[in-house]
Every structure is written in structure tokens, then in C-alpha cells.
Design a protein around this ligand. Structure first.
Ligand code: AHR
Length: 330
């Protein structure tokens, strides 16, 4: 009798263990209240590309943060093409991911695909760059920098440096990717800051697509076409670093003959600043991964999140770059 009861107990325990095991293997452990609190979240992320040091650091931040947060990341590199991003987002919708995030290569042309995501009930988070959609309900939040402010800070520094300068100050501008939010906004912010100083004149402005090679090539053209260039405003470090090569090859001393202002503050840019080749950098932080994962969890859980989350940033002079460089992570 006693032996039969013991055997029944063992069978029951084994069954319970097996059941628990199979539930855990399914991953979706229902909490009983209809929610799936500890289920793995799948995040589809469409990245712009790999055009700059900033972008590489941003990709690393997102991948590392997803792994740390236990989020399954489906990562797609759009190679700076909007059609690739739209295709990736449609794939994410088909795969029924829990959350979609993306950094839009350009500002316009997203309404249709964003509506498709909304109709499929998949929340969308914008990171780094925003879109110009009038319907703000198409995405949950936008996490990223204030690009107009970055451009303004760059311009204000120049106004301060050229105070009392007699004669015209000729500026050339290397713009980021045409139609992208950072190119549009940095241009606008810089123009606003220098507007009250008619001696500060932008004599040439062209896109270098946020890339080092393009920055070099466009700067070569600027140097050929403009005998007197006093200042270069580059919308990112990489284009500024490319331009350095063109300036040196033209027999000029970067940072002295031509004042160089850039945006980002990645390690290579900070090194150029500390070495006296750049003169000022307005920071744009790529370390968005941890905040993005936090937001993905919240929107998946149906929690309200702020419509706009602005990244904290600073600026660097040559002296400040020397101090910050040893601890710079990217
Ligand atoms: O959107 C952020 C910008 O994109 C960075 O300033 C630039 O380096 C990158 O490619």
C-alpha cells in the first residue's frame, strides 16, 4: 500500500516537472492575467547603414543593449537606401515582431509603411532621426538628439570666435545626407546662429553624405572653386576628417588656415580636435541602445511613454577634447 502511494507521488512529481519544463521551453509563460510578462520581446530594427564612425558606435550600442536586456534583435542594415528600410519594415510586420524601431535615412515618405505597422498592431519607435509625418499617432516616441540645437551651437561658437573680425569670413559647409533630418536641421540651426552677422558668409554648401571619402572629394572641389576659405562647417566628424586630407594636400594647415567645426565627437574626431586640426565639435551621442530597449519593453507592455526623448549632449573645445579623450568609449 505504502509502496503504491509512493509510486503515485513520484509519477505526479515527474509529470509536474515535465509540464513546467515544456511551458518554459515555449517561452510564452502566461501569467494568468492575459499578459506575457517574462516572454522574450522581438525587436525589428532597421539601421541607416554604416556610413560613419557615429553609425558604427550606434549599431554596437543597440546590439549590446539588446543582448543585455534579453531582447531578441532582428537587425537590418539599409545601406543608406529608403527603399531597403521600407522593405525591412514590411518584413518585420510579416514576421509579427513585437516592436519595430528604425532610424529613418530621410525625413519624408514614411506614412504608408508606418500605417501598415499601426494596422498590424505593432508599435514603432523612432531612434536618432525623425520623420515629417503629420500624423504623430503613427509612432510611439522619438528618441534622439536635437539636431537644430547642434547646428546652432556650432554657429554660436563661430560668432563668438569671429567677434570684431574685420572683413568677410568665408564659410564652406559639408552637409549630411540630402533629405535627412540631421542635414536639414543642422543647416537650419547653423544658419540661424550666424544670421545676424552679415560678414559670416556661406560661400559653398554641398552634401558629403556623412562619409569620409565624400567629405574629402567635396572639399577638394570647394578648395578649387574658392580661393579664400576661412571656415569649414561639416555636419559630422567623418566628413571633416576626409576634408582634413584635402586641406593638407592643398598645402593649408587645418585648424589654423581653415577653422574646422564639426558635429558628433567620435574618437577620431576628438583626436583631431585634441591635435589642433579641428577647432570645435558639438556632440551627438550614438549611445541610444539602453534607452531604446527600455522603451521597447514599455511600449510592448502598453505603457505610456513620452512622445519625445531628447539625448543629453555637450560641446568640446580643443582643451576639453584633450581631457575627455582618454575616457572616450567610441
Ligand atoms: O543621424 C546622426 C548622424 O548620422 C551622425 O551625425 C552622422 O555621423 C551619422 O551618419
Amino acid at each position: 500500500m505504502r509502496t503504491r502511494r509512493t509510486a503515485r507521488t513520484i509519477v505526479a512529481v515527474v509529470a509536474a516537472v515535465l509540464l513546467t519544463g515544456s511551458a518554459a521551453a515555449c517561452g510564452n509563460s502566461d501569467t494568468g492575467d492575459g499578459s506575457a510578462a517574462d516572454a522574450t520581446i522581438t525587436l525589428g530594427f532597421s539601421q541607416v547603414g554604416a556610413e560613419s564612425g557615429w553609425r558604427t558606435a550606434n549599431t554596437t550600442s543597440i546590439k549590446e543593449a539588446a543582448a543585455a536586456a534579453g531582447i531578441e534583435l532582428k537587425f537590418d542594415d539599409a545601406q543608406q537606401k529608403q527603399e531597403n528600410q521600407i522593405k525591412a519594415i514590411r518584413n518585420f510586420i510579416q514576421q509579427k515582431v513585437d516592436v519595430i524601431a528604425f532610424s529613418p535615412v530621410v525625413e519624408s515618405g514614411w506614412d504608408t509603411v508606418l500605417k501598415e505597422a499601426k494596422d498590424a498592431g505593432i508599435p514603432v519607435i523612432l531612434t536618432d532621426r525623425s520623420v515629417d509625418s503629420a500624423d504623430k499617432s503613427l509612432y510611439k516616441t522619438f528618441l534622439g538628439s536635437d539636431f537644430v540645437k547642434e547646428g546652432r551651437l556650432a554657429g554660436e561658437w563661430l560668432v563668438e570666435q569671429t567677434k570684431g573680425a574685420s572683413g568677410p569670413v568665408n564659410i564652406v559647409e559639408l552637409q549630411g545626407t540630402t533629405g535627412s533630418a540631421p542635414a536639414n536641421d543642422r543647416k537650419e540651426g547653423f544658419a540661424q546662429a550666424i544670421a545676424a552677422n552679415p560678414n559670416l558668409k556661406i560661400v559653398a554648401s554641398q552634401s558629403g553624405d556623412f562619409k569620409r571619402a565624400d567629405g574629402k572629394q567635396v572639399m577638394e572641389q570647394f578648395l578649387k572653386a574658392n580661393p579664400k576659405i576661412d571656415v569649414l562647417f561639416a555636419h559630422n566628424d567623418d566628413m571633416g576628417l576626409g576634408a582634413l586630407e584635402a586641406i593638407t594636400a592643398a598645402g593649408k594647415v587645418p585648424g589654423k588656415d581653415i577653422t574646422i567645426i564639426t558635429i558628433d565627437a567620435v574618437k577620431d574626431g576628438m583626436q583631431a580636435l585634441a591635435d589642433g586640426k579641428f577647432n570645435f565639435i558639438a556632440e551627438c551621442s550614438p549611445l541610444l541602445g539602453p534607452q531604446l530597449m527600455d522603451l521597447a519593453k514599455k511600449v510592448h507592455a502598453g505603457e505610456e511613454v513620452p512622445a519625445r526623448i531628447e539625448t543629453e549632449e555637450t560641446t568640446f573645445t580643443q582643451e576639453q577634447a584633450k581631457q575627455a579623450l582618454p575616457n572616450r568609449k567610441y
